[in-house]
Design a protein around this ligand. Sequence first.
Ligand code: ADP
Ligand code: MG
Length: 349
Amino acid sequence: HQLMKKGVSQATLQVAVRCRPLNDFEKSRGYVSITRLVDDKVVIVLDPEHLKEQRETNLDVLKRSKEKQYVFDRALGENATNAMLYNVTVAPLVHGVLRGLNATVFAYGATGSGKTHTMVGDDQDPGLMVLSLRDIFEHISREQEKQFIVECSYMEVYNELLYDLLENSEKPLELREDPKQGAVVVGLKRILVPSADHIFALLREGNKRRKTESTDANATSSRSHAVLEILCTRSDKNCYAKQVYQGKLALVDLAGAERAHETNNAGRQLRDGANINKSLLALANCINALGKRKKKEFVFVPFRNSKLTRLLKDGLCGNSRTIMVATVSACNQQYHHTVNTLKYANRAK
Ligand code: ADP
Ligand code: MG
């Protein structure tokens, strides 16, 4: 029992992987799915070169094969909904956030792998940002003795500059270190959220303000990180000396990971050096360090190296909980991105 308390149940970093299904275009081109779930924790990626033989073998054979298996805290397949992902990742954290704990959830993966689908989603399948807020309000409605205030901010980190996604302003905001509050974004709009229904419109509006890439029209937002912060303040209803708790849930739709992979692969020598995404690399380094810390090795976590990691520090260290959702495409065309993402996520675990 003691071990449970110290180890598994207190795990501060959890990694989940999610495979997106082929879209109609991919199907029309005759592409196929190369990801297979062994169980709710293990994924196998079929090598497209050997695909023909492997497609004739069943999962039992695959399980015993030398094909690389990747193990995570959770693995979800092509049919999983955002709600299913939510229930096994973020849902267990909400109670703590309403009692003053910090938590951070981010989607990591190549452009087109499903990060925005996972975080924002649509009307049919609302994403983790929306589901979290709904759940927070659901919890609050059951608390008779306490009083809650829920506030949100939504911002973008683009080329190491911060922009408010709730405002029509092109002016970057300053990030300042406050001895008491930690990292503070000066002038960032923080809105009082009256109910979960209000968030969808805000997120959609905000996403329209995200920077797109002039050089590649398809790669919308592939270099920008969108950060939703939900601040929950709890106090007693009928009490003089009110005790106040503040918990923060940060949900991050990260920039496309393909450049980070390229950068790693090329030993940081990209063709166009300006494209190196400092924040993504810094976050990757922090996650690696946190992963090692989980294994009780002593490591220095380099939070100061980028805007994103400075911003998220509170939600990544101490007794905060972190969830990384690695998104991959099941499509054989995306083999290299998929393997790179899984390798990275596997290291973080
Ligand atoms: P990213 O934000 O990683 O670039 P998107 O979330 O925009 O990728 O996903 C690319 C496309 O694939 C979108 O049209 C999206 O609706 C679709 N998609 C992504 N994940 C899923 C999923 N799990 N199930 C169904 N469609 C998905
Ligand atoms: Mg996106």
